[in-house]
Design a binder for this molecule. Structure first.
Ligand SMILES: [Zn+2]
Length: 495
């Protein structure tokens, strides 16, 4: 809706003004726009298509691993929300309330869901009678609302956001832990295999876990501006929700037992991370796995060569489409090739095929990679396989660049000054031994607004699951207070 979006090309630079640059890419590449109300965005077709790719991948894996989709109301009665006190306290300042329906004031006000445990758990209680009903696994794709008063940043900070929330109930603690790791593994997989973004996996420090949870596990991605994005979380809820909502079952001896529950979610922050990680000063860059158009064919002709070039290009488009690629043949008459190149670069089409009279004559095609403009010529025969290889190479280029950024930006420190200095100078993660006291985090947070975003854990079943990995050195001391430290912590600034 802004005038700026009429102008082709990105004017801000990713390295100098990452915030402005990001907003410009999102709007000019037709991903999203700002809604009339602050804190809300409109997701445009090209943006929603990206979300659908993420959905398709995850939804398939969920179903393969025993999850059924459901849909619950977007409103939660206040009395339900109040049944789990940590949820009330944790979300209270951010809950949007409906107090009126039509012209009538409601007898009980309704919360617009900030998360759905409080409306789903009572039904899970209803559906869980015997140990044979467990594990119970359900998921919903929906939006939630958290009324935060911050500046809107599409996909990173919006009052309403799209996500999926999975909810499960289990007969044993071990089974719940297994669930937590299964979902965290699927989130890791969607980042690494679909979005070309390597992640760190671990747990949140106890003071920063999901309200009411026993443990919150997380995958964190490092953005090029040095900040960490909490990309998806998988919570072991212990028995607190089961106790609050009576999720009990009869075990094999007909004894009544309380279930263990989990919940896990991935939001459209993943889209924000995708755009932020790979894109550049020319606009959007997308891995072929999610790009709405994977290959664009730009024919280049003069009047006398037009028919031959267009016919040759159309044949190639047909072949690639038949092979299952998402292809666009850009044969618009009114635009010159230079304009088309810029536009497809802005929109992040991973691979461009250029076809002029020379290509027709030599039965060849010129291929250009979006991320780095690398150019190669391939023969017409075998082009389908060649395109497949090139798309894979482009994916690897994107993944490798992100992996290098991550690898280069995990540093160590042994004093508060060093932690703050390192984050101030480089951003990224600073890995330190930590005593476990939140006060030590505060020291850093107050001065440089960096916090503990992640603690590595060793995935293991049993009651010791989710215990932070200790420092390698047995005599390690907390990098902040100097007391003995038996945990490792990663400090970073975060989104
Ligand atoms: Zn300490």
């Amino acid at each position: 809706m802004s005038d700026e979006s009429q102008e082709l090309g990105i004017t801000e630079s990713k390295s100098h003004k990452p915030g402005e640059w990001y907003a410009e890419v999102v709007q000019k590449a037709d991903i999203a726009d700002y809604a009339p109300m602050g804190g809300f965005i409109v997701t445009k077709p090209r943006g929603y298509a990206l979300w659908e790719r993420i959905q398709d991948a995850l939804d398939g894996w969920f179903k393969e691993t025993g999850v059924d989709n459901v849909y619950f109301p977007m409103f939660i009665p206040e009395s339900f929300l109040e049944r789990e006190k940590d949820i009330v306290e944790g979300f209270d300042p951010e809950v949007a309330w409906v107090t009126q329906g039509g012209h009538d004031e409601l007898e009980e006000r309704l919360a617009v869901r900030p998360t759905s445990e409080s409306i789903i758990a009572p039904f899970m209680a209803d559906w869980t009678r015997s140990h044979r009903d467990l594990p119970l696994r359900i998921n919903q794709w929906c939006s939630v609302v958290r009324w935060e008063a911050t500046e809107t940043k599409p996909f990173f900070r919006t009052k309403e956001f799209l996500w999926q929330e999975g909810h499960t109930a289990h007969a044993t603690n071990e089974s719940a832990w297994e669930e937590v790791w299964t979902r965290l593994g699927q989130y890791e997989r969607v980042f690494e295999d679909v979005l070309a973004i390597p992640v760190l996996r671990g747990k949140k420090p106890d003071h920063d876990k999901f309200p009411g949870a026993n443990t919150t596990t997380t995958v964190e991605a490092l953005m090029p501006d040095g900040k960490s994005v909490q990309s998806a979380t998988s919570h072991h809820l212990g028995q607190s929700f089961a106790e609050a909502f009576d999720i009990t079952f009869a075990d094999e001896d007909e004894e009544e037992q309380t279930a263990y529950t989990t919940s896990w979610g991935l939001s459209w922050r993943a889209l924000g991370a995708l755009i932020m990680t790979h894109s550049d000063d020319q606009g959007l860059v997308l891995p072929p796995t999610v790009a709405p158009t994977q290959v664009v064919i730009v024919p280049i002709w003069q009047e006398e060569t037009k028919d031959d070039v267009l016919e040759y290009a159309a044949g190639i488009a047909d072949d690639l489409e038949a092979a299952g690629f998402r292809v666009e043949l850009d044969d618009r008459d009114e635009r010159n090739p230079g304009f088309k190149f810029n536009e497809h670069e802005l929109n992040g089409v991973p691979l461009r095929l250029e076809i002029g009279p020379n290509e027709v004559e030599d039965e060849e095609v010129t291929l250009v990679h979006r991320p780095d403009n690398e150019k190669e010529v391939e023969g017409r025969g075998g082009l389908v396989d060649a395109v497949d290889d090139h798309l894979e190479t482009i994916y690897d280029k994107l993944y490798d660049a992100a992996a290098e950024n991550l690898e280069d930006n995990v540093r160590e420190a042994d004093s508060p000054e060093e932690i703050m200095g390192t984050i101030g100078k480089h951003g990224g993660y600073v890995k330190v031994p930590w005593c476990g006291d939140q006060a030590c985090e505060e020291v850093i947070k107050e001065k440089v607004s960096a916090e503990i975003v992640m603690q590595p854990v060793d995935d293991q079943g049993g009651s010791s699951a989710g215990v932070p990995r200790p420092p390698e050195d047995d005599d390690a001391v907390c990098a902040i207070c100097g007391d003995p430290a038996d945990e490792l912590a990663y400090f970073a600034k975060s989104y």
